[in-house]
Design a protein around this ligand. Sequence first.
Ligand SMILES: O=C(O)CCC(=O)C(=O)O
Ligand SMILES: [Fe+2]
Length: 320
Amino acid sequence: MYNNNNLSGKMADDNQIINTSIPVIDLREFGGSNSEKAYTKLREASEEWGCFRLINHQIPTDLMSEMKTVARSLLDLPAEIKKRNTYDVARGRGYVAPSPANPYEALDLYDFASTEALRLFCDRLYASPHQREIIEKYVGAIHELVLDIGRKLAKSMGLKCNIFEEYWSCQLRIIKYNFTPQSVGSSGARIHTDSGFLTILQDDENVGGLEVMNKNSEFVAVDPWPGTLLLNLGDVATAWSNGRFCNVKHRVQCREATIRVSIASFVWGPKNEAVEAPAEFVDSEHPPLYVPFHYEDYWKLRLSKNKIAGEALELVRAER
Ligand SMILES: O=C(O)CCC(=O)C(=O)O
Ligand SMILES: [Fe+2]
């Protein structure tokens, strides 16, 4: 997640966009005759890119489009109502308002697996019974997918556990970019890595602009692909895997003067435990790269140092 206060502005450099595609992971290939290949592909995508398109997943297409409609209508509510979206007043988390310099606005549902958090989010925004039902179904389906991906990622690395078995903090964020003719060519979300382990992104089905960085530090455009999801790995994934998983750098560029809506489901970190590489990833050739840390402490550190593109991991490096 990036610093909400400083998202926009033209990019200083004029990075070239590369015309290749990010890896595609087909969930139907797991368990069938291509299963072994599918796990290898998943591991390679996670190590080399830290992101991939997920196709043939179990979130129904209808639910995805209904959720998009709900997201749009909540983001279209009057500002006074959207401002009621707070879950942590002390830290200022909740509704992010757009400003002339910043075309981005967002509503947050922290802890989407909690019925109480869901109820509060809906109550504060005066969501209709239908909207509540859709949000509840959507976060339920995303939660199932998170668990499935946690099992598959672990298996792809030769582990038997489910990474997200313990209680992990998670957050649903619905985002609207109010792109105007003046914002074309500028940045809607500046370059960042996500601070947690995993992000499941339902990007806009029509409006592009999302770009991810490959291993050669080139930006690759992530074109819309309706019905699919984009999975990103963040800083916690890099720390947990003892440096094997890539925390993908990405940004959103304004390509056209239109509204862009995306829905991000973040899986941040274990609630009650430190982020630490499993013993299987550590040996004399692979000493621990990072000290164990609690996600919330890392999040605060990242924000206070304004290091949002993965650099904050240097601050939790183990001594050599
Ligand atoms: O809106 C998007 O497509 C990406 C959003 C994003 O990267 C984030 O919220 O961390
Ligand atoms: Fe992101």
